[in-house]
Design a binder for this molecule. Sequence first.
Ligand code: TRP
Length: 445
Amino acid sequence: MTVRVLTGITTTGTPHLGNYVGAIRPAIAASREAGVESFFFLADYHALIKCDDPDRIERSRLEIAATWLAAGLDTERVTFYRQSDIPETTELNWLLTCVTAKGQMNRAHAYKASVDVNEAAGEEPDANITMGLYCYPILMAADILLFNAHRVPVGRDQVQHIEMARDVAQRFNHTFGKGRELFVLPQAEIEESVATLPGLDGRKMSKSYDNTVPLFGGGAKALKDAIARIVTDSKLPGEPKDPDSAHLVTIHDAFADAATREAFHADLRAGLGWGDAKQRVVQLIEAHVGPMRERYADLMAHPEHIEDILQAGAAKARAAATPFLAELRHAVGLRPMLAVPQAKVAKAQASKSELPVFKQYREADGQFYFKLTAADGVLLLQSQAFAEGREAGAWVKRFKTEGAAVLGDAPVSLAEGVTHDAVEAALAALQAHEAEQAAAKPAKA
Ligand code: TRP
């Protein structure tokens, strides 16, 4: 079985070196594994929750898409798309909203954190909190469940959202699945092996700490300048340094193979100066990032190519999403009104045996017969004997299609105590049922 891996990237900001090492690079590596089907998307609807600057939204979508492509994402292998190109996402969002407990949304971390900020500031608890923020986890559940993802690689802060998606999926399955698992229950996946990259000051690299190293922005010079600003201890060249307590080393090691790491650590212990050490780090990262930066520049110069790639990704994603959503609509009762219910009504009637029944059978004498019984089992008509089974069959067929009109011709007799009218009524009901079924069939095909 292939494992479906799905993750979204909120399109507010510009990717930095920490995003590359912590999310982009491992995701691309994982997408190359055998038996994995990956869905990566730009979570631009989620971006609207945090950002009301249209230009920033536009720029960030472009930059993030170009970054993933420049970093080596293989869009033949991976389904790469924009959330906002998949209308099924917002449709599913509503179906899920209708089975999500409000109390559960009250407990979502992102919402609670905003309430805490408001209360600390002496504001109304819900001041400036949009329904977008409040319902953020439901939209995320829709992203995940629409593609029945098994694994969802995310940061720790997102684990609660995956739990909520599982919960909603379970409730939906229970309510509408009729014993079938409509949704796969997704599992959060935290890459333990990928250390979060420290920033210039040693705290986690993050835009909110203003301690980032740019990935492509500003070119090689900006990379060099940022690395020059990485904080180290004040040991002089020649003094032995502890590689395990320097975050410059952590940044270095994120790009180095085992031998390069060993050599770097040994040289630091032997007194390599921080200035020289930083030069090595610049060289190492530049060797890795430089070629990608060129591809990035190329892509940014041709946004229309990125647009084409994303449109193709959306088509690929929707090939799965559209039929699945149709199934989900059906499951909740949003069904076409003509063909399906009629066939169902007829079937329900038949199964309740509210209709009279023709039975064909063979007696011990080797002859063939048929009879008509009412829905409650009372015998209405009895045929004479036929030498051939198909003779009996032909009469039954005529009765079903032509109804009581056949009575005069057919070699049958009324059962005792049964009126002619009762038999006529039974045959008329059967004939009407047959006609309805015949009409339902082509409509269904
Ligand atoms: N909320 C996620 C984040 O900020 C982004 C995201 C949106 C996402 N939809 C998703 C991640 C679905 C995984 C699956 O990181």
